[in-house]
Design a protein around this ligand. Structure first.
Ligand code: GLU
Length: 489
C-alpha cells in the first residue's frame, strides 16, 4: 500500500542530490536507496541531481565514482539534472529575493565566500557590522563601483519569529529565527551556495519530499526561509539517522578508511541486492522485523514511519572489515540467486584471478561452491583447483586417511586410478564404482574418499567428491592422482 500521507495527494517527487567531491559514501548510497524505495513504493518520481556548484571541490573522478556506485546498485532514476547547468535560475532567484528586500549585499571580504553547508558559521551576521544596515542606495553605489559582495539572507531579527517544521522522522522541530545567522545565498564569485541552489532547484523541480541525512536537519530552518522567500510551499522533510562506527563517531573516509566507500563492497564481492538489504536495515526496519529481503520485498514494505531516530552502527574491526550482518545477508542472497546469475557475477572474479574461465565451466563450478562462499571474492580461493593447471603445493600427510598410513593411501589411490580410467565419467557411475572399490579394500566410504579428494583438490575441505571429479574431467583427475602417488613414494 502506498504511504498514508500520500494517498489522495499527487505522486511524490523525491531527489538524491550528491555533491561530487569524493567517492560514493555508504551513507549517501543509503540516502539514494531510501529515496528510491519511497518513490517506487508510492509510484512517484526519482530525480538524480548532481549538486556540482562547488567548482573548487568537484572532480570528474568523483562524478565517475558516484555513477559507478549507483550503476552497480542497479537502481534507476527518472530524471537527471546538474546544478551547474542551472546557475541562471539560481542567480535570477537570488536577485528576486534581493529585490524583495529579503537579502542584502555583504561587502566584507572575510565573509564573502561563505558556502558552509553546516550551520556553524558562529553568528556570522554579528561579524560583518554595518552590512545588514547598509542603505539600498549605498549598497547599489558600491556594487556599481565594482566592489565584490556576497548576498546574504536577511533573517528576521528581534521579532521572536519561530521557525518550525514537522520532520517525518524526528518530529516537530523549532528554532528561533534570532538563532539563525544571515547565511549566504550567493558567494562573492557569483556562485550560488548550497542552500540557495538546493532550495531553488527543489522548488523548481517540484520536489515533494526531501529525504536526506540527519546532518542537514538544522540546515532545514534556513531552507524554510528560502522557500518562503521564493513563495514556494516547503516540501515534507524526512531526515535519516547517521551511520556511525562502533565507537559512535560518524563514518568518514579519513577516519575509517575504505569501509565507507560503496565500491569496497562491490570489489569484495557483495551482491548489490544484499548490500541494499543491509543498508536498509541501518536506520529502518520493516513492521515484522524480517532481515532477509529482496528489492521487491523492500519496495513493498518501505515507509518513512519505519525509519528510526537512533544512529545506526556499522560494525567493523581490523580483523573483520565488514559488518557480520552484511556478510550473513550476502551469503543468503548468494544462495537465493538463480545459479546462472550467480555464475555471471563470479565470472569477473575468476577472470581477474587469471583463470581460464569459460562460462560453461564457471556455471558448473558455481553449482558446487555456492553454499561454501559468503562473499563472491571467496570463490577464487574455494575454486582455484578447478581452473589451475597445477595444484598449489600441499602436505602429502593430508592424503593419509584417518586411522591409516601411507601404504593404505597408496592402495586407495591405485584403486581409484583403475576405477577412474575404466568407469563412465558421470556422477552415478563414479559413485557406484568408487563405493564398490572402497568395500573391496575393506574401508568405509569416508575413509577411502579422503585421499582421492586431497589428490584431486589439494585439500580436505572441498565440494562433494563425485560432482567435483566430473567437473575436473578424467584426464585431470588421473594426472593429479598420479602426482599424489609420487608424493607418497
Ligand atoms: N549535496 C548535498 C549533500 O551531498 C545534498 C543535501 C540535500 O539533500 O539537501 O550533502
Amino acid at each position: 500500500m502506498p504511504d498514508s500521507t500520500v494517498i489522495g495527494a499527487a505522486a511524490p517527487r523525491v531527489r538524491f542530490a550528491p555533491s561530487p567531491t569524493g567517492f560514493l559514501h555508504v551513507g549517501s548510497a543509503r540516502t539514494f536507496i531510501f529515496n528510491w524505495l519511497y518513490a517506487r513504493h508510492n509510484h512517484g518520481t526519482m530525480v538524480l541531481r548532481l549538486d556540482d556548484t562547488d567548482v573548487e571541490r568537484n572532480t570528474q573522478a568523483s562524478v565517475q565514482s558516484i555513477f559507478d556506485g549507483l550503476r552497480w546498485l542497479g537502481l534507476d532514476w527518472d530524471e537527471e539534472y546538474k546544478q551547474s547547468e542551472r546557475l541562471d535560475l539560481h542567480r535570477g532567484q537570488a536577485e528576486a529575493i534581493f529585490a524583495k528586500g529579503l537579502a542584502y549585499r555583504d561587502f566584507t571580504p572575510a565573509h564573502a565566500g561563505d558556502d558552509n553547508q553546516s550551520s556553524s558559521a558562529q553568528g556570522a551576521w554579528l561579524s560583518n557590522p554595518g552590512m545588514r544596515e547598509l542603505s539600498r542606495e549605498e549598497s547599489d553605489r558600491r556594487a556599481a563601483a565594482g566592489e565584490t559582495f556576497a548576498l546574504r539572507y536577511r533573517v528576521p531579527r528581534g521579532e521572536g519569529r519561530v521557525l518550525r517544521f514537522v520532520d517525518s522522522v524526528y518530529g516537530s522541530q523549532t528554532k528561533l529565527a534570532d538563532e539563525v545567522e544571515d547565511f549566504a545565498l550567493l558567494r562573492s564569485d557569483g556562485m550560488p551556495t548550497y542552500h540557495l541552489a538546493s532550495c531553488v532547484d527543489d522548488a523548481d523541480l517540484g520536489i515533494s519530499h526531501i529525504i536526506r541525512g540527519q546532518d542537514h536537519l538544522t540546515n532545514t530552518f534556513k531552507h524554510l526561509l528560502i522557500f518562503e522567500a521564493l513563495d514556494a510551499p516547503p516540501p515534507q522533510f524526512a531526515h535519516l539517522p547517521l551511520l556511525v562506527a562502533p565507537d559512535g563517531t560518524k563514518l568518514s573516509k579519513r577516519k575509517h578508511g575504505p569501509v565507507v566507500s560503496v565500491t569496497t563492497y562491490r570489489d569484495a564481492g557483495f551482491l548489490p541486492e544484499a548490500f541494499i538489504n543491509f543498508l536498509c536495515l541501518l536506520g529502518w526496519s520493516p513492521k515484522d522485523d524480517r532481515e532477509f529481503m529482496t528489492l521487491g520485498d523492500l519496495t513493498a514494505a518501505f515507509t518513512l514511519e519505519g525509519v528510526n531516530r537512533a544512529n545506526a552502527v556499522v560494525n567493523f574491526s581490523e580483523e573483520s572489515p565488514f559488518d557480520a550482518k552484511a556478510v550473513h545477508l550476502n551469503a543468503e542472497h548468494i544462495r537465493a540467486l538463480p545459479v546462472e546469475r550467480l555464475a555471471s557475477c563470479l565470472q569477473p572474479f575468476f577472470e581477474q584471478a587469471g583463470f581460464h574461465a569459460t562460462p560453461e565451466k564457471v556455471l558448473a563450478v558455481t553449482q558446487l561452491i555456492r553454499e561454501r562462499i559468503k562473499v563472491l571474492r571467496e570463490a577464487v580461493g574455494a575454486a582455484d583447483f578447478f581452473f589451475a593447471e597445477e595444484l598449489a603445493p600441499y602436505d602429502p600427510a593430508e592424503l593419509i586417511p584417518q586411522k591409516g598410513d601411507a601404504a593404505l593411501a597408496r592402495r586407495v589411490l591405485e584403486a581409484a586410478q583403475q576405477v577412474l580410467a575404466a568407469t563412465p565419467f558421470d556422477h552415478d557411475s563414479l559413485d557406484k564404482a568408487l563405493r564398490d572399490a572402497a568395500t573391496q579394500l575393506g574401508l568405509k566410504a569416508g575413509q577411502a574418499f579422503q585421499p582421492i579428494r586431497v589428490a584431486v583438490c589439494g585439500r580436505k575441505n572441498a565440494p562433494p567428491l563425485f560432482e567435483t571429479l566430473v567437473v575436473l574431467g578424467r584426464d585431470v583427475c588421473l594426472k593429479r592422482i598420479g602426482q599424489a602417488l609420487t608424493k607418497l613414494a
